[in-house]
Design a protein around this ligand. Structure first.
Ligand code: EPZ
Length: 432
C-alpha cells in the first residue's frame, strides 16, 4: 500500500497546470456512448475514476481508443449490453450516469444501485423521479436498478434539491426523449454546463444549463463530436489553498477564474492575495491568515468539495472560524485526523468550530475520502516534521500526478510504499 510522505514547512513557489474536470469528464464519457458515431474527448484527466468508467463502457461493447494520456476516442455503435456490473458502481458511483445514457439511447438500462460512501448516504431518488417523469418504469431489485420505457416523453420536472448527479442523469435521458423537458431547480455547477455543451456539440438541444431551469428539446439521434473538457475547478482550488497555507507564491495555470470566484473570495477575506488572469490565477500569501465563516452551497456558493481543504487552512488561522457543511451529512470525518496533527476543531452536527493554532505537527494520518485526503496533504505541507498520509488511492481518484505536481512547486513530498523503510530513510535524508 502506498502513502505520501511529506516534510512540512516549505513555501510553495512556481507554476502548476490544472487538468480536465473529473466531474465533467464522468458525465461526458457517459454521454459519448449515446451516438453510434465516433466522439473524441480531449483534456481528459488520467485518474482512476475516469479509467474505471472507460472500462465500464468497454465492458458493454463500446470501442475505446486511448489516443494519448489525455485524449480518447469513443464509439458506442457496437454496444451489446445495457447492464452495468456492480464492480464498476462499487468502484465509482458516477457509473450511474450510464443509466441516463443507456435509457436515453436504448430505452433500457440496468445498473447496480450505488451504496453510500464516506461522506453520506447519497441516495439517488431524484434521478429515479426524473426517469419516471420521462415515462420510464424503474424497478430496484437484487441491488440493481432497472429502467425501461416504450418511449420517453418530455416532461416538467422539479428537483427537490439542486442535485448535480440527478441534473446530469436526467439531462442525458431527456435529450433523446420526444418533446420538451423542463428541469427546475437544476444544479448550476460548471461541470453541468460542460456536459450540456458537449451534448449540444453532438446535436442535442439543451438551453439554460448553468441556471436553475434547463430546457431540453428531444432530438432523434446524436452524432459524433470533438470536445475538450473544462479545467477542474476543485483541483485548481486545492492548489490555491496549498499555496496560501504554505505562505507561497504560485501561478496556477489552465483555469477558468470565474469558476473559482467563491474560493478566491474566501482566500482574499482571510488575507491572501489572488491575481486573476485570462486562464490563470496567482496566489500569494506572506503572513498568518485570518479566520472566516464558510457555508458550503451549490454553485456558485462555496463548493462542498473544497470544504475539507478550507478547514485545513483555517486550522492554522488567527481566531475562530466556523465551517458549515450544508450538502452532505457526514463530511467532517477527517477532522479527527487533523486533530492528531494538533488542530483544535470541534464538530457539532454539520458545523465545525475551528480555533486556529499557531502550527501543526506531522503525524501518520489516513485519508477517509478524496477531498479529505487532499486536506491532510495541505496540513502536512505546513506541519512541523514528517506527515505520512495513508490511503492515497482515494486521493488519486481525483488528482492526476498529485505528488509530482506538488514537487514541481517545491513541496518535499513523495509517494512511497508503506513497507519500504529504505525509501523512507532516503527521503528523510534528502529533505533534512
Ligand atoms: C457530485 O456528487 C460530485 N460527484 C461530488 O463530488 C460533489 O461533492 C457533489 O456533486 C456536490 O457538488 C460527481 O460529480 C461525480 P448531489 P452527487 O447529487 O451528484 C442529495 C468529489 O469529491 N441527493 O449534488 O452525488 C445528496 O445526498 C465528489 O469529486 C439526494 O438526496 O451530489 C446530497 O446530500 C464528492 N437524492 C445532495 O443531494 C438524490 O437523488 C447533493 O448531492 C441526489 C442527491
Amino acid at each position: 500500500m502506498e502513502q505520501y510522505i511529506i516534510k512540512g514547512g516549505k513555501a510553495l513557489q512556481g507554476e502548476v497546470s490544472i487538468g480536465g474536470a473529473k466531474n465533467a469528464a464522468l458525465g461526458i464519457i457517459a454521454a459519448a456512448i449515446m451516438t453510434d458515431e465516433t466522439v473524441t474527448i480531449d483534456n481528459l484527466p488520467d485518474i482512476r475514476d475516469i479509467n474505471v468508467l472507460l472500462q465500464a463502457i468497454e465492458e458493454i461493447g463500446a470501442k475505446v481508443e486511448r489516443v494519448n494520456k489525455h485524449t480518447v476516442k469513443i464509439n458506442g455503435k457496437n454496444i451489446d449490453s445495457i447492464s452495468i456490473d456492480y464492480e464498476f458502481i462499487r468502484k465509482i458511483r458516477a457509473s450511474y450516469y450510464l443509466l441516463g445514457a443507456l435509457l436515453g439511447k436504448y430505452k433500457r438500462a440496468q445498473v447496480a444501485l450505488p451504496g453510500g460512501c464516506n461522506i453520506g448516504s447519497r441516495p439517488i431518488d431524484q434521478h429515479i423521479k426524473g426517469f419516471e417523469a420521462l415515462g420510464a418504469s424503474v424497478r430496484i431489485e437484487h441491488g440493481m436498478i432497472e429502467a425501461e420505457a416504450v418511449e420517453l416523453m418530455g416532461n416538467h420536472i422539479y428537483l427537490d434539491m439542486a442535485s448535480v448527479g440527478a441534473t446530469i442523469n436526467i439531462m442525458l435521458a431527456a435529450c433523446l426523449a420526444d418533446g420538451q423537458t423542463i428541469l427546475e431547480n437544476s444544479a448550476k455547477e460548471p461541470h453541468i454546463v460542460d456536459v450540456a455543451n458537449f451534448l449540444n456539440s453532438m446535436g442535442a438541444n439543451i438551453k439554460g444549463a448553468g441556471t436553475d431551469v434547463i430546457r431540453i428539446k428531444g432530438v432523434k439521434a446524436l452524432k459524433g463530436s470533438e470536445y475538450a473538457i473544462i479545467p477542474d475547478q476543485i483541483e485548481a482550488g486545492t492548489f490555491m489553498l496549498a499555496a496560501a497555507a504554505t505562505k507561497g507564491n504560485v501561478l496556477i495555470k489552465n483555469v477558468i477564474p470565474k469558476h473559482l470566484e467563491a474560493i478566491t473570495a474566501k482566500l482574499v477575506e482571510v488575507g491572501v492575495t489572488v491575481e486573476e488572469y485570462d486562464d490563470a490565477v496567482r496566489v500569494i500569501s506572506t503572513k498568518r491568515l485570518g479566520h472566516a465563516h464558510i457555508k458550503t452551497l451549490p454553485y456558485p456558493g462555496f463548493p462542498t468539495d473544497m470544504q475539507p481543504q478550507m478547514t485545513a487552512l483555517l486550522a492554522m488561522s488567527q481566531g475562530t472560524s466556523i465551517v458549515t457543511e450544508s450538502i452532505f451529512e457526514n463530511r467532517f470525518k477527517y477532522v479527527d485526523e487533523l486533530s492528531r496533527m494538533g488542530a483544535s476543531i470541534k464538530v457539532e452536527g454539520n458545523t465545525a468550530i475551528i480555533d486556529g493554532v499557531k502550527g501543526l505537527t506531522g503525524a501518520i494520518v489516513s485519508a477517509p475520502d478524496l477531498r479529505a485526503g487532499a486536506a491532510l496533504v495541505i496540513a502536512g505541507l505546513v506541519a512541523e516534521g514528517f506527515t505520512f498520509v495513508e490511503q492515497v488511492e482515494y486521493i488519486e481518484r481525483g488528482y492526476e500526478d498529485f505528488e509530482r505536481k506538488m514537487q514541481s512547486i517545491g513541496a518535499s513530498m513523495e509517494k512511497i510504499d508503506v513497507e519500504d523503510e529504505k525509501a523512507i530513510r532516503k527521503f528523510k535524508l534528502r529533505v533534512s
